[in-house]
Design a protein around this ligand. Structure first.
Ligand code: ATP
Length: 275
């Protein structure tokens, strides 16, 4: 289903966020075009979440963030949301006692009177029906959201962004804690919604990244360390150095295994694999 909106790009220029003199984001520039599925990776503390906070208005920042030509920096959170920008957090934030349908209704219903939101209705608003289908929750629509499996809660949260007609989605570790099947389904979902929207995914799961990313930006110490296709980024010696310079238990096995010059034994000797 094509959006009736023109496709928009996210353009970040010289973004800076400082906490008490500490530069958490230190001059980041990047552009994500519509139809791209951009993964944002980097070691802990690289500035990934802070970057998303800056884009969504939760962290004060210098530089420029434009989406579809509109400058976002300096606008309050709700105005940024109104420009079609939405995010998810690592922990899904759904109304657990309400049904899937009611959750979507509430997300969609800023325009409807409050008393109609919780009422059982025969008809399902078109955008809600569409979102149910897109995120694969049609059969679960009457279940309380609190009884959904972890993966489905994340999909509901994505559905809640879709009914708000979000054009830029920023997702923070959407597959953390998911089963293999849930990851696959989530990857397919991101591909579907990414076709006519701009999607940025913060992710640590390297197998997931390799399967679904169309492009990757690697952040390190608040800066862009590397950018390109999955293959380009994995072959970049600077990326290898940053990951291999980490304590062994945080080196993703698939990065090490895919890194020329790093043997499978060395990767295995690195010990535990990050989630
Ligand atoms: N509100 C804050 N006050 C002070 N420092 C902060 C604040 N938020 C983040 N930081 C610091 O900024 C740096 C970047 O943090 P951020 O959470 O953006 O990293 P990240 O790349 O998302 O890491 P992770 O993968 O661990 O989530 C870290 O050093 C963090 O301690």
């Amino acid at each position: 289903m094509m959006s009736e909106h023109e496709l928009k790009s996210l353009e970040i220029t010289d973004l800076r966020v400082t906490f008490d003199g500490f530069r958490a984001v230190d001059g980041v520039s990047l552009r994500v075009g519509p139809g791209d599925l951009r993964f944002l990776i980097g070691p802990n503390g690289a500035g990934k979440t802070t970057l998303v906070d800056a884009v969504t208005g939760l962290a004060a920042a210098g530089g420029s963030v434009r989406f579809g030509g509109n400058e976002l920096l300096g606008r309050p959170v709700h105005r940024i949301a109104r420009l079609g920008i939405g995010r998810t957090f690592q922990t899904a934030t759904v109304f657990e006692k309400l049904s899937v349908l009611q959750n979507l209704d509430i997300a969609a219903g800023a325009r409807r009177p409050l008393r109609t939101l919780l009422r059982q209705r025969r008809g399902i608003p078109e955008e809600v029906g569409r979102a149910l289908e897109t995120v694969g929750l049609t059969a679960d629509r009457d279940r309380p959201a609190g009884t959904l499996a972890h993966g489905k809660k994340q999909w509901l949260e994505i559905g809640m962004l879709l009914v708000q007609d979000v054009q830029l989605l920023l997702l923070d570790e959407p597959v953390a804690g998911m089963s293999h099947e849930e990851r696959e389904a989530t990857g397919e979902l991101l591909r579907r919604i990414g076709r006519d929207r701009t999607v940025v995914v913060i992710e640590h799961d390297m197998d997931f990244l390799r399967a679904f990313a169309s492009s990757v930006t690697v952040l390190h110490a608040g800066r862009v360390l590397s950018e390109g296709t999955v293959a380009e980024v994995q072959a970049d010696p600077r990326v290898q150095e940053v990951y291999l310079g980490q304590p062994p238990e945080t080196v993703p096995e698939s990065v090490a295994a895919a890194t020329p010059g790093v043997t499978a034994e060395a990767a295995a000797a690195g010990g535990a694999v990050e989630a």
